[in-house]
Design a protein around this ligand. Structure first.
Ligand SMILES: C[S@@+](CC[C@H](N)C(=O)[O-])C[C@H]1O[C@@H](n2cnc3c(N)ncnc32)[C@H](O)[C@@H]1O
Length: 346
């Protein structure tokens, strides 16, 4: 008798009656949990509870009622903020490092430390009573970054561009070759229906211009204050984002370029584009010193450039926004050949 009891219990735990029992216990919780998600589907981004805000994060100082970028990023799972945790593990055991590098922060590979930069620059746009504004992230992927921004800045009208959800064509092999990454986001269809997720090549003038003219620059739209490039990480594409979007951003807004690390694809942005922008930032046009502007369409709109590791912010001054023609919306021929403008060499 005594020996039959445990076996009966084991049988029950794995059996149908126990599954039904567990389901009955769990079902009410699932229903309660799904209500806010369903409401969120209708209303907009999920906003994390107030008690999760304003806790101390590394070196970024959170002011007043700002939301906490690191915390929100950890909840959505974006790579933008997963550097600190990965580094901690990597320093304990090299098996957890993604690559070898002298600089420990580089050992985390694509797990970044961007929260300090975002908190500093976007913290004031994260508060409940910030002025409405519009922003764009290039490179949606699964939408973890997009969901981070929308939860961090609920007053922002969020847009994103992604190539993997575009119609396959002879020009665009992405969806067929690698699949539609964006579809993995549970709100994919909502974002598409609301015309917030724009599927196409974010580095082609025609696509950029059409999304800008028809979906973003509407009479009822709030001002464009922020553009983030987290797309292909090809230097010429990163430069395209700078040339197309910087003049269109409203005074005081910012353009962020991510992943400026030493990798083959992005190298020339760090080595050729950034130094030319920095030269222009200090331009005087004084006759006594031979000087030349590298990027005339950017220079006179530029207030400042701020970089932390692998991420830079280009700040707009107070000059009004502009609509350059196609030629002036795209990178000039010397964009990835800095020597001429920097040193007068070919
Ligand atoms: C690094 S992932 C973006 C990650 C995302 N921002 C996040 O934080 O989770 C880069 C994305 O850019 C997309 N992409 C690459 N080239 C593109 C292009 N020419 N136009 C639009 N999107 C592009 C890729 O398909 C990929 O989904």
């Amino acid at each position: 008798m005594a020996s039959s009891r445990p076996s009966t219990r084991l049988k029950k735990v794995g059996g149908k009656s126990s599954s039904a029992f567990i389901l009955l216990r769990v079902l009410p919780f699932l229903v309660v949990l799904s209500v806010p998600l369903l409401l969120q589907y209708e209303r907009g981004p999920l906003v994390f509870p107030a008690q999760n805000r304003n806790q101390e994060i590394n070196s970024a100082n959170i002011v007043g009622n700002e939301r906490n970028f690191l915390e929100i990023g950890l909840m959505t799972g974006t790579d933008k903020v997963r550097g600190p945790r990965r580094l901690e593990k990597c320093l304990k055991d090299t098996k957890n490092c993604v690559r070898e590098a002298v600089e420990p922060q580089c050992r985390t590979g694509a797990k970044h430390f961007y929260h300090t930069m975002y908190q500093k620059w976007l913290g004031s746009s994260s508060i409940d009573d910030s002025e409405p504004f519009q922003f764009l992230e290039i490179g949606f992927y699964n939408g973890d970054g997009y969901d981070t921004y929308t939860n961090f800045m609920p007053r922002g009208e969020a847009h994103s561009m992604e190539i993997s959800c575009a119609e396959p064509s002879s020009q665009n092999k992405w969806p067929e070759k690698w699949g539609n990454f964006a579809m993995k986001n549970s709100r994919y269809q909502v974002y598409r229906d609301r015309q917030r997720l724009h599927c196409g090549d974010a580095y082609k003038y025609k696509f950029l211009k059409s999304v800008w003219d028809t979906k973003m620059k509407r009479p009822d739209a709030p001002p464009l204050k922020l553009v983030i490039d987290d797309g292909s990480h090809l230097a010429i594409h990163m430069a395209t984002t700078l040339f197309f979007w910087f003049p269109r951003i409203e005074p005081g807004g910012i353009l962020v370029v991510e992943d400026i690390q030493p990798i083959k694809q992005a190298n020339k942005f760090r080595l050729h584009v950034l130094p030319q922008v920095m030269k222009d930032l200090h331009y005087c046009g004084d006759d006594r010193v031979k000087d030349e502007v590298c990027f005339p369409t950017i220079r006179y709109l530029l207030q400042s450039v701020h970089c932390e590791m692998h991420i830079c912010v280009f700040e707009r001054n107070n000059e009004p926004s502009e609509e350059p023609d196609e030629e002036h919306s795209m990178p000039p021929p010397h964009t990835l050949k800095a020597k001429k403008c920097l040193f007068g060499e070919d």
